[in-house]
Structure formats: structure tokens, C-alpha cells
Design a binder for this molecule. Sequence first.
Ligand SMILES: [Zn+2]
Ligand SMILES: [Zn+2]
Length: 171
Amino acid sequence: VKHVNQFLINIGSVARHPGARREIKLQGQLPDLRISFARVEENEPINLEAVLEQVYEGILVTGTLLTRWHGECRRCLGPAEGDLSADIRELYAEGMNDELVYEMAGDELDLEQLVHDVCILSLPLAPLCRTDCKGICPDCGVNLNTENCICVKGIDARWDKLSLLAKQDEN
Ligand SMILES: [Zn+2]
Ligand SMILES: [Zn+2]
């Protein structure tokens, strides 16, 4: 399947007109948006709303990116998902090799790399299925969100020993 760049736009009306602005609303999908435990699915719509502005150094892109992420909960390993939203403020310039600046060519502005970078940087490093996820019992492996385990732990174990001693005393 041929990849169609849905984030490539013509900016003829803005480019090289100092002070000119243009609002854009783009929606597209991108492959390969994943880090260890979270990803943006290939068919997940990514919405980009931004203002393009011709400034002295090039085209300034200011706006918001919105999509959904899916992943694995770090505590219980169950499915996790959430909104991914990020503010964008990046400069596109012609023929500059500064790593902090995205390059543009002629009247075409390719926002795909920017969208890719923003998604990767905004994915959660330690996703949770919910903020109060109880995780998995390290002893018996049951998911403590859905089951109660019968393992005796910590302070309970000490109390059990005390009650055992008390019983022995009775005998
Ligand atoms: Zn969880
Ligand atoms: Zn257990």
C-alpha cells in the first residue's frame, strides 16, 4: 500500500508574505508511532489544528495535536488507553541545518515528521489502565482489580503468627 502523506500542505498564500497567517485543520494517520508500552494505532485519526505564520526566520507553526493512545498497563498488563494531546510551536525554515528547525521546500510544508515527533514524545512512558490500578499479586499472579487473592502478606502474616502463638499458649 502506497503511503499518502496527509500532512503535506501547500502554503503559497502564506510563504514569503511577512505577517501572513493561515489556519489549518488536518486529519491523517501515521504508521510506526510506538514506544515500549504505548502506541498510536495505524488507523487512529490524528487531528492537527494550527496557525501558520510567516515570520522573519520562516514559517511558525502553532497549534494543538489530538489523538488516542493504546498500550499495556504497567501494573496489571491489561489494556490501557487515553487521550493524547500536545501543544505545538515549531519553526520551519528553508535550507537551514539546525536540528531544532524543520526544513521546508518551496511552497510545500511537510508536517508529517513534526506530527510523528510530537506523538512519540507525548506517548506515556508508564501507562496505567486507571490511576488506582491495583496491579498483579507478586506471589500468586492474580489481577487484584478483578479478583481477591488469598495470599497472606506483610502485617497480616505477623498477626497470624501472633494468633498461632496465642493458640499454643491456650493448649
Ligand atoms: Zn492496570
Ligand atoms: Zn496473591
